[in-house]
Design a protein around this ligand. Structure first.
Ligand SMILES: Cc1ncc(COP(=O)(O)O)c(C=O)c1O
Length: 368
């Protein structure tokens, strides 16, 4: 029990939170619960078997199983990942034998500070994707009730449930924490300053780099506003696992400690630093994504769909039957995202330039 701090111990002792600590420790690294979890691991693992795995885009394995083919022949539009992402230069040129240095990590966080114009008071912490702070924050923030307006990215609710919080699925002014995904996934809704909570607001800006003028970054000089960024979407580097948490909340340093000393790989540090310094790439990419998302709208709307919303990285539409559309496109090995809570909502990511023709042909068949 040497390395457990008291909040985790208290959390453990609350029965309904028991399972969640195990999961969080898997994400955060073993340092959180060293020496503690082993004694209970068998019991906890059997709890985990019953846990439902959340559905996500990017589940190409499922498409392959059902419709055949090999991954390289599929056009995966089920995510909001830029298909022509940042590649950088010399990205293989690392000393993989050495641990990432503090200096390199500092340079990455400085580059992030400059790229997003982060207020001086705010702390910037590089993380292994936005997913890492999403999973950890519910264990670190104080409170019982979180408001997460739905529909939205389902990992936020799952993470707070894992830590034993009560969830309000619409705005609740009494909530201790409010989560806003900005722009929202899958609706594309943008929030305004009036939507921020007078308590803590966690703003997930994973998709906001297509519209930087909409960012709430200036608000994170205030201790109650925490912002998440992802490198998986705009930069198209989902496999590199890089994100940031930004804020002046008093628990920021605690989060850094919970992440452990080497949470980010050398590869992610080098590629991220390069990408954040390349403002021309960002500008060109915004223009291309904007043009391509309009092109996608024209194609999909011409088949009778109605635009729900989206951003430069994904578009959501209402169609007569989302499932029928998904199946029809899947027969042409094009994978899209549908949602368990709607029979008519379908989301498309953007294809790479080489995929437009194929998408146009397959879309012509969806109503056949
Ligand atoms: C709104 C939102 N936030 C966070 C994530 C996870 O991002 P990352 O790959 O950086 O962990 C996703 C992934 O789909 C997302 O849609």
């Amino acid at each position: 029990m040497r390395s457990i701090d008291f909040k985790f111990l208290k959390t453990w002792l609350t029965n309904k939170r028991r399972i969640n600590i195990w999961e969080s420790s898997c994400i955060a690294g073993p340092n959180i619960l060293q020496g503690f979890q082993w004694g209970y691991s068998v019991k906890i693992k059997s709890f985990m078997k019953d846990k439902k795995i959340l559905d996500h885009g990017g589940n190409l394995d499922f498409a392959l199983q059902k419709f055949g083919g090999s991954p390289e022949n599929w056009l995966d539009l089920s995510t909001g990942i830029n298909p022509e992402g940042y590649r950088g230069t010399d990205s293989d040129n690392f000393n993989l034998n050495a641990l990432p240095t503090k200096a390199a990590l500092g340079a990455l966080e400085d580059a992030a500070r400059r790229f997003w114009n982060i207020p001086e008071e705010a702390v910037v912490i590089a993380t292994h994707g936005a997913s890492a702070p999403i999973a950890l924050l519910p264990f670190i923030l104080e409170g019982q009730l979180v408001s997460i307006p739905q529909p939205t990215y389902n990992e936020h609710q799952a993470a707070f449930e894992n830590a034993g919080w009560n969830i309000a699925t619409q705005n609740d002014p009494s909530a201790d924490v409010k989560v806003l995904v900005h722009p929202n996934n899958p609706t594309g809704q943008l929030w305004s300053a009036a939507d921020l909570s007078s308590h803590v607001t966690l703003i997930d800006e994973s998709f906001c780099d297509v519209c930087p003028e909409q960012s709430f970054i200036a608000a994170c000089s205030h201790p109650n506003t925490i912002i998440l960024k992802s490198f998986g979407k705009f930069w198209g580097l989902a496999g590199v696992r890089l994100g940031f948490i930004i804020g002046s909340h008093p628990q920021m340093q605690r989060l850094r400690r919970a992440l452990g000393p080497w949470a980010i790989s050398s590869h992610a540090i080098a590629l991220g630093t390069q990408a954040l310094k390349d403002k021309d790439w960002a500008k060109r990419t915004r223009q291309r994504l904007d043009a391509d998302s309009q092109k996608l709208d024209r194609l999909v709307l011409s088949q009778g769909a109605r635009l729900v919303g989206g951003c430069g990285l994904f578009r959501s539409y209402h169609v007569s039957s989302a499932k029928d559309w998904q199946i029809s496109l899947a027969k042409a090995h094009i994978w899209t995202r549908i949602f368990p809570y709607s029979e008519t909502l379908i989301r498309f990511g953007l294809p790479p330039q080489a995929g437009w023709e194929r998408l146009a042909v397959a879309l012509e068949r969806v109503n056949a």
